[in-house]
Write a protein that binds this ligand. Structure first.
Ligand SMILES: *[C@@H]1O[C@H](CO)[C@@H](O)[C@H](O)[C@H]1NC(C)=O
Length: 403
C-alpha cells in the first residue's frame, strides 16, 4: 500500500464531504428564505422577463410533460430557457413537470421502476443543460390512493437524486389535496394552489378560503415552513366564475377612458391607477387579488411562518412599477413594506428603508415605484373628487369604475 495515493484518496474524500455539506447548507438556506415565486408558461415569453424576475426569488418555467416511458417533452424551447437565464439574475429557475392537461402519463411512469429512473435521468439532463435550481412536480391530479402512492414513490426518487446536488424539489397541490405517508418529507416545498375555490361564492381566492386550505394541509401533516401559498393573477366574475380576466386585462379595462380635455392618459399608468388599485379587489363584476390583497396574503403567510407565496402566472400581471402585483408582494416578502393589522384591514405601510427610497425619489424628482399610502384627509378629498368625476362620467354615459 503506497502512502501517497492513500493521502490523495483521503483528501478527495474530504473534498467530496465538504462539497456535499456545502450543497446541503446552500439548500437549507434556500429553503429557509421566504420565497416569492411565479410560474411562467411557455406562451408568455413576450412578457417583460427582466421586470418579472426582478420581483421574484423563484421563476418556475412551465412546463415539460412526461411521456409514458419517462422521457420529458418540453413545451419550452431552448430559446425560452436561454431567455429566462438571461433575465434571471439572482432568481432561481425551476422547471415545472406536468400541469393541467399534461399529466396523463404520470401514472404509467410512476408505477414502472424503469420509467421512473428514466424520468429522473431526463430531468437531471434538462436541469444541468439549462443550469436550473430544481423542479416542480404538478400531476393534476392523482385521484386514487394507488395513484397518490405511486406519486410519492416518484417524488422520493427525484428527491434522492436532487438531494446531493442541492437542487430544490417542490410539488403543486390543489386546495384539499394532500400527499400520503412520506410525501411531504420528499419535497422542499408545497405550492398550494389556493385559488379556483369557487364554492360558497365570493372571490375564488378569498383569504378565508385560503386560510382554510392551509389549515387542511397542515392537518394532513405538511410542515408549515414548506407551504407556499398560491395567489392568482386573474379574477373570476362573481356571478359566473367561469368567466376569467387577467389582472392586466382588468387594469386595462379600468384605465380605458375616452379622451377628455386635459387627458389623464398623459400621466404614467402607476400615477393614474395606483391610488385606486391600492385597495381595489373588484372591477366590473370581477373579483381579483390586487396589490393590497396580495400584500395582505404575503404578510399573513410570513407571519404564519409559511415558506412563501407564488403566483399563477407571471404573464397575467401588469408588469409595471407601482401597478404590478408581483412587485407589491415582493416588497412585503423582502421586508421593505410591512402590513399593519394582518387580521383586519391590512393597511400597507413603508418601512424605514422604503421611506429612504421614497425620500430619494422625491429629491430626485422621480415618480413611480411604490405609492405612498394616502393620509386620511387627502383620501377624503380624493374620494370626493372621484365621486364628482364619476357622476360627470355617468352623465356622459361612461362606464362606472373607469379611471
Ligand atoms: C424588495 O423588493 C422590491 C420589489 O421587487 C425591490 O424593488 C427592492 O429592491 C427589494 N429590496 C431588497 C432589499 O431586496
Amino acid at each position: 500500500m503506497k502512502p501517497l495515493p492513500n493521502l490523495l484518496g483521503f483528501l478527495l474524500l474530504l473534498m467530496l464531504c465538504e462539497s456535499a455539506r456545502r450543497s446541503r447548507a446552500a439548500r437549507a438556506q434556500q429553503v429557509a428564505d421566504f420565497s416569492v415565486a411565479g410560474y411562467l408558461p411557455e406562451y408568455r415569453f413576450a412578457a417583460d422577463l427582466g421586470f418579472a424576475a426582478g420581483q421574484l426569488t423563484d421563476l418556475i418555467l412551465f412546463s415539460a410533460k412526461p411521456t409514458k416511458s419517462g422521457l420529458l417533452t418540453s413545451f419550452l424551447t431552448p430559446e425560452n430557457f436561454a431567455a429566462a437565464k438571461r433575465h434571471s439574475g439572482e432568481t432561481r429557475l425551476l422547471l415545472s413537470v406536468g400541469g393541467a392537461g399534461r399529466s396523463e402519463n404520470f401514472y404509467a411512469v410512476s408505477t414502472d421502476a424503469g420509467a421512473r429512473q428514466k424520468l429522473v435521468a431526463s430531468l437531471l439532463r434538462l436541469v444541468d443543460l439549462h443550469s436550473l435550481s430544481g423542479a416542480d412536480f404538478d400531476w393534476e391530479a392523482p385521484s386514487t390512493p394507488a395513484e397518490a402512492g405511486a406519486y410519492v414513490r416518484l417524488l422520493n426518487e427525484v428527491h434522492a437524486a436532487f438531494g446531493g446536488r442541492g437542487l430544490l424539489l417542490s410539488v403543486a397541490l390543489h386546495a384539499g389535496q394532500a400527499l400520503p405517508e412520506g410525501g411531504f418529507e420528499a419535497v422542499d416545498r408545497v405550492n398550494l394552489m389556493a385559488y379556483d375555490m369557487v364554492a360558497g361564492g365570493g372571490s375564488h381566492a378569498e383569504l378565508g378560503k385560503v386560510k382554510e386550505a392551509v389549515s387542511r394541509l397542515l392537518a394532513a401533516g405538511c410542515p408549515r415552513e414548506k407551504i407556499v401559498v398560491g395567489i392568482p393573477l386573474y379574477g373570476r366574475r362573481e356571478r359566473s366564475p367561469g368567466e376569467v380576466r387577467t389582472y392586466a386585462e382588468i387594469v386595462d379595462a379600468m384605465t380605458h377612458t375616452p379622451a377628455e380635455p386635459g387627458d389623464p392618459r398623459a400621466r404614467p399608468l402607476a400615477e393614474r391607477v395606483a391610488p385606486a388599485l391600492a385597495s381595489t379587489s373588484s372591477h366590473d363584476g370581477y373579483l381579483f387579488d390586487g396589490r393590497s390583497a396580495a400584500q395582505l396574503k404575503t404578510a399573513w403567510a410570513k407571519r404564519e411562518g409559511l415558506g412563501g407565496v407564488f403566483f399563477w402566472e407571471v404573464g397575467q400581471d401588469k408588469l409595471e412599477p407601482g401597478v404590478s402585483v408581483l412587485e407589491a408582494a415582493a416588497l412585503v416578502g423582502n421586508g421593505t413594506v410591512e402590513v399593519d393589522n394582518v387580521e383586519g384591514a391590512g393597511q400597507a405601510r413603508p418601512t424605514v428603508a422604503q421611506e429612504g427610497i421614497r425620500e430619494r425619489r422625491r429629491r430626485e424628482g422621480k415618480r413611480g415605484g411604490y405609492q405612498a399610502p394616502v393620509v386620511p384627509d387627502e383620501e377624503k378629498a380624493r374620494e370626493a373628487k372621484e365621486s364628482k368625476k364619476a357622476k360627470r362620467r355617468k352623465r356622459r354615459g361612461y362606464d362606472q369604475g373607469e379611471l
